[in-house]
Design a protein around this ligand. Structure first.
Ligand code: IDC
Length: 456
């Protein structure tokens, strides 16, 4: 997430008082601090938390003023202060019941607002008329031409994934294989190839929970995931943290593990713009209401640490929107997860899942934000013959609908779904065409075409 931290927005003087003859050594104890955090965004709107800390002498009353970046950014409704706005100038006046601030005391206020284009942090915070001169936040993500550099912090807008310009984007990338088995495939050379040759936007990090995965070494797997998040970030790619539940199919079996894991990775990665959370790979043999209940317990854990990240929720029937269980998208539409800034998972294997699944996706995409966090060009076993025609039809559909995707797998597993030939990860060459399988060649062709991310 991109968090705007008004770090030690130190007032030139004590709140509301002119500079006293304080000796230099006491300066650190004077002034104020403002923490400004965007806690949620949606299409054209956002919610912000503003925390004032009085680092100076006690005051009997306070008034916070700041400037919106432009007059198109409006406070709609505020709390814990009396809010007003004139042009771009915003004023929040202390309520009677919280007017006094002792030294070290804080006031927590906030507001919902609307914005026209981008949504940068306000500036020029003053308290009781005194300009606070500190920085108002984390520097914006630098546009270095990479997917993360261009798009910055993502959010869900309507049924789309949107970038920092509030424009829909499609991310195209690859999934790791199980990192408990294929960690040798994820190194500087392979990540360079993925970012620079494949021009992938996205790395999905498949952390199995069972099958010798997370449950055997929570701290170790958490570290490995974080290491891969950093490798993706260093190359300007998004990182999709996949809590790869599969067997057992009821994600509630892993609820406590999920809470522990996501509390940790969300806190550690909260200030990164490149992280997306996928809370359950493929629920199966379980009802939608049980999945929804799981989601509504895990999402708040992530939000508490990383309020503005996109979260993707698995769906019934191996993330088939229920279709593989004889159900469909309407059970979600009629009973959606009670949370904002979320998307729903759809998975397919092109040789197994065809027109009826495509029809469901076409219908669902009009009403639900979808993310294809995993798909294969082969059968649902991960093996068998690649189905080029079905894969092409699928990818054309996803392109048309701007649905993001990650392909299973960027690995040299001895199975036809793998993009790299067996043995590739024992060497250092990930770039020449000789290392690619038939599936890998097709995916590299598709993923490496220009993204044309919208910036205005
Ligand atoms: C498969 C791997 C295979 C591994 C197996 C173990 O390809 O090497 O032995 O998992 O569980 C999924 C799952 C994904 C599967 C994949 C192919 O998310 O874990 O990987 N698949 O079967 N859903 C549909 C297909």
């Amino acid at each position: 997430m991109k968090r705007f931290l008004a770090l030690l927005a130190t007032c030139a003087t004590v709140l509301g008082l002119t500079a006293l003859a304080a000796p230099q050594s006491a300066v650190a104890a004077t002034g104020c601090r403002v923490d400004y955090t965007v806690t949620n965004t949606w299409q054209g709107g956002f919610q912000a938390a503003v925390k004032i800390t009085n680092l100076g002498a006690p005051v009997a009353g306070w008034k916070l003023e700041f400037a919106m970046p432009d007059a198109g950014q409006r406070v709609a409704q505020g709390w814990n202060a009396t809010w007003s706005q004139s042009g771009s100038a915003v004023t929040a006046t202390a309520p009677d019941w919280n007017a006094a601030l002792a030294t070290g005391a804080t006031a927590d206020l906030g507001f919902t607002g609307s914005f026209a284009a981008a949504n940068p942090a306000p500036s020029a915070f003053t308290l009781n008329g005194v300009t606070c001169t500190g920085s108002t936040g984390e520097p914006p993500v630098v546009d270095d031409g990479t997917p993360v550099g261009i798009n910055g912090q993502l959010h869900v807008c309507g049924v789309n994934l949107c970038n920092q310009y509030d424009r829909p984007v499609q991310l195209r990338g690859m999934s790791t294989h199980g990192i408990q088995w294929f960690s040798q495939c994820y190194n500087a050379a392979s990540m360079d190839a993925l970012a620079h040759d494949w021009k992938a936007d996205l790395l999905r990090i498949a952390m199995y929970v069972q099958e010798d995965g997370y449950e055997t070494d929570p701290a170790g797997f958490t570290d490995r995931v974080n290491g891969l998040v950093d490798m993706a970030e260093d190359r300007g790619m998004y990182a999709l943290i996949d809590f790869h539940t599969l067997t057992p199919g009821d994600p509630n079996y892993n609820l406590d593990r999920a809470k522990t894991f996501f509390a940790s990775v969300a806190a550690r990665n909260a200030d990164k713009a490149n992280v997306i959370y996928e809370i359950a790979n493929e629920p199966n043999g379980v009802s939608w209401s049980a999945i929804k209940s799981y989601a509504e317990q895990v999402i708040p854990v992530i939000r508490a640490a990383d309020p503005d990240a996109v979260i993707v929720v698995g769906t019934r029937g191996w993330s088939s929107l229920g279709v593989s269980d004889g159900s469909g998208e309407s059970e979600i539409i009629n009973n959606p997860v009670n949370a904002t800034n979320i998307m729903y998972t759809f998975h397919f294997y092109a040789a197994s899942h065809k027109d009826d699944y495509r029809a469901a996706v076409s219908r669902a995409a009009a009403q639900l934000p979808l993310f294809v966090t995993e798909f294969g060009t082969v059968s649902a076993t991960g093996g068998g013959t690649m189905d080029r025609a079905s894969t092409t039809t699928w990818l054309d559909l996803l392109d048309q609908l701007k649905i993001s995707y990650a392909n299973w797998t960027y690995s040299d597993a001895p199975e036809t779904s793998a993009a790299l030939r067996p043995g590739t990860c024992e060497g250092t060459d990930y770039s020449t065409s000789g290392v690619l399988t038939e599936s890998g060649a097709l995916l590299k062709d598709r993923i490496s075409t220009p993204d044309h991310f919208p910036t205005g």
